[in-house]
Design a protein around this ligand. Sequence first.
Ligand SMILES: [Zn+2]
Length: 455
Amino acid sequence: MNGIKEQAKNLIAYAQEKLELKERDGEYKTNRLLEIMQSGLEGAELEDAVYGELSLLPSETDERFAEIMKENGSKAATEWLYNYCVYNKYVKKDVLDKNPRFDTANGLTITINKAKPEFRDPKKAKAGNSVDGGYAKCVICRENEGFGAKNKRNLRTVSITLGGKPWFWQYSPYGYFHEHGIAVNCEHTPMNIDRQTFVNLLDFVDKFPHYFIGCNAPLERIGGSVLAHDHYQGGGEILPLHRAKIKTKIKDNKYSYVTVGILDWAGTVIRIKSDKRNEVVDIADRLREAWINYSDWGLGIIAKDSNGIHNAISPTVIKTVNGYEMNVILRSNVTSKEYQDGVFHAHPEYHSIKKESIGLIEAQGLFILPGRLEEELSAVERLIESRQPLPEKYAQFGLVYDETKALYESGKYKDVHTAMREELGSICYRILENTAVFKEEEDLMRFLKTAGFEI
Ligand SMILES: [Zn+2]
């Protein structure tokens, strides 16, 4: 008993320092902890239960967040919340910090995700991992806040309003970039992109101008892992796509003075820059509507067929001193006999590196590669270094082996590991090119004309 009393005492001291536990509640919480610690829970579940008990109630979290927002602004408020979620162990920052992460010469960022299993089944995304008829309709419903069966006793969210409707914001336990979070509709309603989406995204960056926010395409194979529940992804990092420049300016027929252009980017992206919300919403929504109805069979673009709708957009916005920068990424999930995982998906020769859906985060140039690669690729590096051929069990890495070997032998890189990182950057770039619905600018221009733009 003494051992666990000591542990409880230390935890209470920690909670008073980091989790805003009030002095008056110390003894009460000690008793609660002793009960939990003797309940038979173990490992991650025990940690979840302990920190869930020591955390502020959701209503108190909301109040603190609003109070900091009022006194010190939204940046201070999100900083407080993020740190709180690290202190209460919901955000597994120590695990995240161990993920290898690097920038490549072509401007992309790559991280190898050792924390989360590879997710390869697009059908699961549609269902949103829901347990049929179960409590909490999906993994991101707000009912999960404090839910023991899903180890979310320490999850805390804050209320926000987007487009006049109740939404909430929470951080991802295994985020991929600085302060990676999701804005979630309080109602369990499917992912959908329409005019209101742009309004909501602008509302978000008006409130949190230090964050970007974007929305996955609401179709399987090109969207996120949860399509059953409307949500956006955002956070405190400027991603490679946001740093890209406009390469060709185009003129909007209605708002001829607004800067609109084709982005210098491997995927197909149109950027709209304006400090007027209605202009951004109007132009972006016109693009959306034109794209979801557009077909060019010669290019493999098919808006709709017996398999359903194939065209969708994925918008992502930042706010700068000059106003909003809304990027509209054109996507298609169409499949063919040759490309059964998607014509505009990573092609099969790259599947040893990335087979999962190329969602919003990757489309913005931050690639999350599966954890298994760390070991596999270092084995390939050792083979190259010792001039050994590739054994049968690594046959899927034939392309990576050949190209990394050539890079290494060119003498441009200080070691084989550096050459391998550049090779990964190059493959990810080619994957983004695979996702581009228009490979040639003249084809894209033909579409843009139908949407009311001129050069
Ligand atoms: Zn839900």
